[in-house]
Design a protein around this ligand. Structure first.
Ligand code: 5GP
Ligand code: MN
Length: 332
């Protein structure tokens, strides 16, 4: 971000700021946007965080999250707020289709646009871009942004803990996607007083009985292993959604269990939604589920963690996944 000085000037007097993150916001989307909100509020800006769809209940512990706007629940208010914003910050996504109908409003807006993100191939819709695909998380980049702005003194314990959320969730608690700087950031946040044990506990040890039962159901009844491709698939039908009363966030992390088994390199979690079939893909090493998601499932993400969706039937999508697998994975 070479033109950071200009941005410092723009942000030096109070503005109406909107912070937007992606649909189905995850820990990194929520942690980064809430941290950025409190950082900007400390300069006197009036800040509104907007998510296209609601956040999982497991993040309800975050102070002030109830103030954010959900486009799905209140599109008029969200639209109005974006239209009067002088600055729009887009966090943890880099193409306008990731924020649904808000994409057009943001695209048309004359506001100063800031992008902070770690996904590949950013769309050129922003004026100021901090986009690094090697970053573990957008939270890591918000930390970097604060340093580039020379405002480390604004990083209090509370903001540090919010940033820790994305560091933890986007790296599977520092198991993947890390780089040396990630640990430096974690160290700095801890020095600022972030209680990482508390954050880990709040995020990971809060599953409901329903979620654990659903996980059991997925592993016992809905999992298929393709040993010759080191691949596992878990599917959920509309009926499963009804039977288990599955809500937002209840399926989070299920896909990762496949990669816990020896010899597994690719994991697919394929779910039947009201109008689409959604895929969550994970891989290890050089296998790129991102290429697969892009080429065959209208999606993308990261090399080892991607997603996509098709307007199709569940069985058809599963068959398609199996048929394209040999293009990305060597047969054992
Ligand atoms: P998840 O499987 O947890 O939903 O998503 C994993 C990663 O893939 C995330 O980084 C997310 O941004 C990306 N992703 C998930 N769904 C989609 C999608 O439909 N389109 C694109 N471009 N990326 C997606
Ligand atoms: Mn992220």
């Amino acid at each position: 971000m070479e033109n950071i000085k200009d941005l410092k000037n723009i942000l030096s007097y109070p503005k109406d700021v909107v912070i937007i993150s992606h649909r189905n916001p995850d820990g990194d989307a929520i942690g980064s946007s809430m941290a950025f909100r409190y950082f900007l509020e400390s300069f006197g800006h009036v800040v509104k965080v907007i998510y296209p769809s609601d956040y999982p209940n497991s993040f309800a512990f975050i102070k002030g999250i109830e103030d954010c706007l959900i486009y799905d629940s209140d599109p008029m208010k969200a639209e109005e707020t974006i239209k009067k914003a002088g600055v729009i910050a887009c966090l943890d996504f880099n193409s306008l289709d990731r924020i649904d109908k808000m994409g057009k409003i943001v695209g048309d807006s004359k506001a100063t646009k800031i992008l902070i993100d770690h996904h590949l191939d950013p769309e050129p819709f922003s004026d100021y871009e901090l986009s690094e695909t090697t970053a573990s998380s957008t939270c890591e980049l918000v930390y970097k942004f604060i340093q580039l702005m020379d405002e480390d003194r604004k990083l209090n314990t509370f903001i540090s803990e919010l940033l820790f959320i994305g560091l933890i969730t986007d790296t599977g608690s520092f198991k993947y996607s890390t780089n040396p700087y990630t640990y430096e950031v974690a160290s700095s946040l801890k020095k600022k007083g972030a209680d990482d044990y508390k954050i880990q506990d709040l995020i990971h040890n809060t599953m409901s009985v329903k979620q654990v039962s659903l996980l059991g159901h997925c592993l016992a009844n809905r999992m298929e292993i393709i040993p010759e491709y080191g691949t596992g698939i878990i599917t959920l039908t509309r009926q499963d959604y009804e039977d288990f009363d599955i809500g937002r966030g209840d399926t989070e992390g299920i896909v990762n269990h496949i990669l816990m088994m020896k010899g597994m390199n690719v994991a697919a979690f394929i779910t039947e939604q009201p109008t689409i079939v959604k895929l969550s893909l994970r891989s290890k090493g050089d296998i790129s589920v991102q290429d697969m998601a892009r080429k065959y499932f209208n999606g993308g993400g990261h090399k080892n963690a991607s997603g996509g969706a098709l307007y199709s039937k569940l069985d058809t999508v599963v068959e398609k996944f199996k048929s394209v697998l040999p293009e990305f994975v060597e047969k054992k």
